[in-house]
Design a protein around this ligand. Structure first.
Ligand code: R5P
Length: 289
């Protein structure tokens, strides 16, 4: 078995290959001036392959995965596992307005047909509860970083209270808090647009408390920033933030800096300077027989 990776996620992919004790090979990607991609694979391939790439900012990456998969099969690969610690297009899980594509179902079904097995970490499943409902055709493995996040928080100088910014985050906050019996709460969120969210804190005394906001994704940073501002107004002593998938789109870093957040921590599901939790030991558990 070989593990194939791409330049943008090479550190994590190489570490995973080392953890598994298998060969790492890198796929070369050339982007033409008109935006098309050319991928070049090693031509001596094993029957069984792992392709490891996280799917943040996914549009070109999806096409490159498709080209990779088709070329690998042409060169004899029989069983291909996709390891995508961050899985894209999971949040658009219904048509919120008439005519909208339900991207989760469409992209999910496509990936399900491309790969024999798909391994991911804490996908944004809200109205669909199970990845196998989304990626029909492939064996799916959904891992959770909750245990590793609980390990990380256990090393902090004082036990924090965890706050999820919206009802969708409750599944993760609850699980992380449960491990060491931390207090936890969930706020409510109303989204008016990509950059416009309102957060209402729960009826709880945050005065002088050490609070860690926990969420699965930071994209524009507005959800976390509004939550942090509300917590500061409520008298929180410190506000930190722990997320699984550090997308950090656009000006999100500046937005978070302006919101007086002391630390932003993340897993390395997406390569980012906030990464403090390495996922390769967790991913490896799904890949050893
Ligand atoms: C949504 O339900 C997710 O869990 C995140 O809260 C959301 O994607 C964060 O987006 P943003 O950083 O753009 O506010």
């Amino acid at each position: 078995m070989q593990l194939l990776g791409f330049h943008d996620y090479r550190h994590q992919a190489k570490r995973l290959a080392d953890t598994l004790g298998i060969e790492y090979r890198q796929i070369a990607v050339h982007r033409f001036p008109d935006g098309e991609s050319k991928v070049t694979l090693p031509i001596e391939l094993d029957d069984e392959l792992i392709i490891c790439r996280s799917l943040d900012f996914p549009n070109s990456k999806l096409i490159e995965l498709y080209l990779t998969c088709a070329t690998a099969r042409h060169h004899g690969a029989k069983h291909i596992t996709l390891v995508a610690p961050y899985l894209c297009y999971m949040r658009q899980d219904i048509a919120f307005h008439p005519g909208e594509a339900v991207s989760q179902q469409i992209i999910g079904a496509w990936l399900g047909q491309l790969f024999e097995r798909i391994v991911t970490v804490d996908p944004h499943l809200h109205r669909s509860h199970n990845l196998s409902q989304v990626m029909r055709g492939a064996e799916t493995v959904t891992l959770s970083a909750a245990e590793l996040m609980a390990d990380f928080l256990a090393k902090r100088p004082s036990p924090p209270i965890l706050l999820g910014p919206d009802s969708e985050s409750e599944q993760w906050v609850k699980r992380i808090a449960a491990r060491d019996g931390l207090e936890w709460q969930v706020a409510s969120k109303q989204r008016h647009g990509d950059h416009d969210v309102d957060i209402r804190l729960p009826d709880y005394d945050f005065n002088d408390r050490v609070v860690v906001i926990v969420d699965d994704v930071v994209s524009t940073g507005r959800t976390i920033a509004q939550t942090a501002k509300a917590l500061k107004q409520a008298g929180a002593r410190t506000v930190d933030c722990l997320v699984t998938h550090a997308l950090f789109a656009e000006d999100s870093e500046q937005v978070l800096a302006n919101a007086c957040i002391t630390h932003v921590w993340s897993t390395d599901s997406i390569d980012h300077h906030s990464n403090v939790i390495e996922l390769d030991p967790l991913l490896a558990t799904a890949l050893v027989d």
